[in-house]
Design a protein around this ligand. Structure first.
Ligand SMILES: NC(=O)C1=CN([C@@H]2O[C@H](COP(=O)(O)OP(=O)(O)OC[C@H]3O[C@@H](n4cnc5c(N)ncnc54)[C@H](OP(=O)(O)O)[C@@H]3O)[C@@H](O)[C@H]2O)[C@@H](O)CC1
Ligand SMILES: Nc1ncnc2c1ncn2[C@@H]1O[C@H](COP(=O)(O)OP(=O)(O)O)[C@@H](O)[C@H]1O
Ligand SMILES: [K+]
Length: 509
């Protein structure tokens, strides 16, 4: 799913109005209905609702929502914020203003003195500003937004929190801090920047039927990965395939006290479809691996505690290195040797990333399309500091372009950047996955998918999605609090089957 900028969204509205064709007031009605449809699934009629409206089209939505909810027996009141009494609202705002039934209590605020300290109601629907915000909020609007934020009510924003820009980090000036945002058609970049979290809350995108042709034609460097994107990518295992068809994967890692990391990667790799897996560990890991993962073959290093040398690396469709590796000098030597020789698709994680960050000569040795999977701290070591999330995103994009690698920057909404400078934000995963070893699981999944023949871009997008989906399915059963990395592996089969069940109507015998 593409992420469009505020001007592109405006053009999508205009294009839809002209080419569907549909009157703009009817498009507003459709958007308001979509909002109400989702809203009423969450909140019953017992709640008192205050709808705070600006006088642009976001406010027009607010008025239509008030009318629709009232017709469904919700108790609604409307507050219109209009600093200049004489200034008319947008054309569609004015139409909906005239259509507002008399039974809905309507208050107009023109002056700071009319703003209560906080609003006493159960739910506030925030429809002051939407995608048309053109500058930070001040004056009367700022007073109203502060009062909204101070109220005890649940706050639901229409399209985007009032005061938040669609395409960037939060500006100066007050911004509504909603519990939820119900947004139209496509997610906004602002929803995916962690520091905006207080100004977004839970969010849901509802379809308002903007022209899919127009959206398909738009250029966008940012994408939000949806389940339908994933369904298109997933491959079947063909009837006459054999284990050679799905590739040989090589994992390298583990050290004394950190063999568990490479065990997790190995299990996850096999659960992600690799045909054969060879795991190379220091000698101290031999028995652990053979016992914990009987399906994988194990080769051992000359060193007992650390990786100090490489196995042969030819004939592998994918190599993953890093989990539990440590940053010993001997392991650095082995990594350097690997990078000098390697042409295979690769995943680089954890201490392998740290070693690359500490040794400037290594980054240029990476084959094009190598996947690196840093968490933010590791990425900072690699690429340097940033001031805010937008800067971090630019840095990630530039790093990928400059070094022709994919960066999987891990966290909530993990972002995958490609050498072309595109960024794909993930839609699965939960805070239960913030637990030791879940990154090692991801490395295994990515290595498995590469060995199975997916391109680096597809392996990264699909792997990150499946990792998060497995985490979500695990959390559904076990809760977020108790979730551990092994649970993510245990739920990987469910993640794969749930997507393929949706994809294939004709089931295999
Ligand atoms: N177009 C469509 O068909 C559809 C649109 N839809 C809905 O419309 C919303 C976008 O509507 P919109 O473009 O009218 O902008 P909106 O956010 O209501 O505000 C604009 C007004 O606020 C003003 N203003 C801005 N910043 C300000 C500030 N800091 N302080 C004070 N004033 C400020 C700005 O003034 P100006 O910048 O011109 O000075 C202008 O008057 C979108 O989010 C969705 O909810 C849906 O119904 C689907 C169909
Ligand atoms: N709040 C969160 N929401 C979604 N996913 C998360 C969250 N926190 C962590 N994760 C996921 O868990 C994994 C953690 O990886 P990492 O930090 O490398 O852990 P470790 O080094 O312990 O294996 C990443 O894939 C990340 O995206
Ligand atoms: K809003």
């Amino acid at each position: 799913m593409k992420i469009l900028s505020a001007p592109q969204i405006r053009q999508a509205d205009a294009y839809t109005i002209e080419h569907e064709p549909i009157a703009s007031i009817d498009l507003m009605e459709r958007a308001s209905n979509a909002f109400v449809d989702y809203f009423t699934r969450l909140f019953g009629t017992k709640n008192k609702i205050l709808i705070c409206c600006g006088t642009g089209n976001n406010g027009g939505d607010g008025l239509a929502i008030a009318r629709l909810l009232s017709s469904m027996n919700y108790e609604v009141a409307v507050l219109v914020v209009r600093p200049n009494k004489e200034a008319p609202g947008s054309a569609d705002f004015e139409i909906n203003y005239r259509l507002l039934p008399g039974i809905i209590p309507l208050t107009e605020i023109n002056d700071n003195t009319q703003v209560p300290e906080k609003f006493n109601t159960d739910i506030i629907i925030d429809a002051i500003f939407g995608s048309g915000l053109s500058r930070p909020v001040e004056g009367l609007y700022a007073f109203v937004i502060r009062a909204i934020n101070q109220s005890q009510a649940e706050v639901v924003s229409v399209d985007i929190a009032s005061g938040l820009f669609c395409d960037t980090i939060a500006a100066e000036g007050p911004i509504v801090t909603p519990h939820m945002t119900i947004s139209f058609q496509l997610p906004k970049l602002a929803f995916l920047l962690p520091e905006n979290d207080p100004f977004v809350g839970e969010w849901k995108v509802v379809d308002i039927g903007l022209s899919s042709d127009f959206i398909a034609d738009q250029k966008s460097k940012s994408h939000y990965v949806s389940s339908s994107d994933i369904k298109k990518m997933l491959r079947r295992r063909e009837k006459y395939s054999h284990k050679g068809t799905f590739g040989r994967a090589l994992l390298i890692g583990g050290s004394y006290g950190k063999i568990g990391a490479i065990v997790l990667s190995s299990r996850a790799c096999l659960r992600s479809g690799a045909g054969l897996l060879i795991t190379h560990v220091p000698q101290c890991g031999y028995e652990v691996l053979q016992t914990a993962v009987p399906e994988c073959m194990v080769t051992t290093d000359a060193s007992f505690e650390y990786i100090s040398e490489l196995p042969t690396i030819q004939n592998y469709q994918a190599i993953g290195i890093g989990p539990g590796l440590g940053v010993q000098e001997m392991s650095l030597k082995a990594l350097r040797e690997l990078l000098k020789d390697v042409k295979n698709p690769m995943v680089i994680d954890a201490d392998a990333i740290n070693l690359i960050a500490q040794n400037d000569d290594l980054i240029d040795l990476l084959p094009a399309n190598t996947i690196l999977t840093p968490h933010p701290k590791e990425f900072e070591r690699l690429a340097g500091p940033w001031e805010n999330d937008l800067e971090r995103l630019d840095l990630q994009r530039e790093f990928s372009k400059k070094h022709e690698v994919l960066i999987v920057l891990k966290g909530a909404h993990t972002s995958v950047s490609t050498p072309e400078g595109r960024v794909y934000f993930n839609s699965t995963g939960n805070p239960g996955m913030a637990t030791a070893g879940s990154g090692d699981v991801l490395t295994g999944i990515l290595t498995g998918l590469l060995s199975r023949g997916y391109s680096a871009r597809k392996a990264a997008i699909l792997g990150v999605y499946m990792h998060g989906l497995a985490g979500d399915l695990a959390a559904e059963k076990l809760g977020e609090e108790s979730l551990i990395a092994s649970d993510i592996i245990d739920y990987l089969p469910h993640a794969f089957t749930s997507v393929s069940a949706e994809k294939y109507l004709i089931k295999k015998k």
